[in-house]
Design a protein around this ligand. Sequence first.
Ligand SMILES: Cc1cc2nc3c(=O)[nH]c(=O)nc-3n(C[C@H](O)[C@H](O)[C@H](O)COP(=O)(O)O)c2cc1C
Length: 140
Amino acid sequence: MLTRLLYVSKPVGPITTFVTSSILEVCSVNNKKAEITGVLCQGSGIYLQVIEGKRSAINALYSRIISDKRHNQIELLSFEEVGQRRYGQWSMALVQLSIDDPMVQLAHPEFDPYSASSKDAFRIIDELIKSSRPIETMRP
Ligand SMILES: Cc1cc2nc3c(=O)[nH]c(=O)nc-3n(C[C@H](O)[C@H](O)[C@H](O)COP(=O)(O)O)c2cc1C
């Protein structure tokens, strides 16, 4: 059974290239093995991540993610069964959700995933993927 999960969280301390690379390195090994795909948006003081894959694999990963000390204020926005993957080409794509990006600022100045509906959050993620060319960790 295929599922998709979306959550938002706040990084503890600044998001540095070092933290991001260490997360993505683990993603590229673990997610490929567990057949998990998804997108990690970072910037504006938040992480917004979608993970999709088998229900048991998603549950196992989410439990690890919520006990990770590199972020807090984790809020589950959506968890659903799905017919097919939406982010199937990435074991974890990285999208910058930075307020320094004028495009993002102009398009979504008011976007706050903690109060937005999950539908709006997915819409914004999909727009960002289209407009910002994600840094990608490709599946084999
Ligand atoms: C924002 C964020 C996103 C993460 N995404 C993933 C992920 O997609 N896959 C993954 O295996 N670990 C991810 N991690 C790392 C996990 O929390 C965990 O450290 C890693 O899976 C190793 O777990 P282990 O030490 O229990 O083996 C993420 C961590 C953070 C802070």
